[in-house]
Design a protein around this ligand. Structure first.
Ligand SMILES: [Zn+2]
Length: 264
């Protein structure tokens, strides 16, 4: 048995070396000066369809941070801000892999406050204003704000997406996102997207606040703390964004380009 395993391993290794060798040959083919005669591989690359999210700038907002911990997980004591950041960073990867230009409101455990702060502004207000400002400055086409939910009744569970009441694009994105989260995570409790009065949702671009799950629910808290589940969440969130881009009325889309103002 041991010999068989070794033999299989060796075969695998030889196979891998052959692949690497082929790759190196291909790489050698593309050195500058040898590109006058494009290979079939190069031609195929130039006709490849654009990635599903290319042309889209997406703002990913890891909720809270720094002085503002957000909610606190009931059993582990983990602050919401840390989980939001972990999921946001995973989401940055999944969106970028599908061609999106991703802007993050934060990449560390920090708030978006500045010193000195105008006396009229509370810390929370300045932090929120700066997140919205970042979306405007980066000309984001979509805003995804990542949060964790909590409730005193510990039986409550399931992801929940919010949009701004009256925003058609927001409602459509929230519906697509909620659907993708249910499909990707198969939560026990399947919720529907809801209108919500959150500061980050005030923009004209389609914006959603994603409550990934309840850190007050014992089983869901365990899931939300696990890197595997966080990666699954990020894939589902990218699925939701992609599904929204596909769902929008065809007339409002510019192939491979920036969505027109009317769609924002
Ligand atoms: Zn929150």
């Amino acid at each position: 048995m041991a010999f068989r395993r070794l033999e299989r391993k060796l075969r695998g290794l030889v196979g891998a070396l052959l692949v690497i060798g082929a790759g190196m040959t291909a790489a050698a083919f593309f050195i500058p000066g040898q590109q006058a005669d494009p290979s079939p591989a190069l031609q195929a690359e130039s006709t490849a369809p654009p990635l599903p999210l290319s042309g889209w700038t997406i703002l990913v907002d890891a909720g809270h941070g720094g002085y503002d911990g957000g909610a606190r997980a009931r059993d582990s004591g983990m602050w919401e801000k840390h989980l939001n950041l972990a999921v946001a960073r995973e989401t940055e990867k999944t969106l970028a892999a599908r061609g999106a230009r991703v802007i993050m409101t934060r990449r560390e455990d920090e708030d978006l406050c500045e010193e000195p702060r105008p006396a009229a502004l509370t810390k929370k207000r300045q932090d929120m204003l700066n997140r919205v400002e970042l979306a405007v400055q980066s000309s984001a086409d979509m805003v995804l704000s990542i949060h964790m939910n909590e409730y005193r009744d510990r039986s409550q569970s399931g992801p929940q997406v919010f949009y701004r009441k009256g925003s058609e694009a927001g409602r459509l994105l929230a519906g697509a996102m909620q659907e993708a989260l249910i499909h990707g995570l198969s939560p026990k409790k399947q919720r529907s997207a809801l209108p919500g009065d959150y500061f980050i949702l005030q923009l004209e671009v389609p914006s959603v606040l994603i409550e990934c799950g309840f850190i007050s629910n014992p089983a869901e808290e365990k899931l939300l703390l696990s890197p595997d589940y966080q990666a699954q969440l990020a894939e589902a969130i990218a699925d939701g964004a992609e599904s929204y881009v596909t769902l929008r009325p065809r007339s409002t889309s510019v192939p491979g380009g920036t969505p027109p103002a009317g769609a924002r």
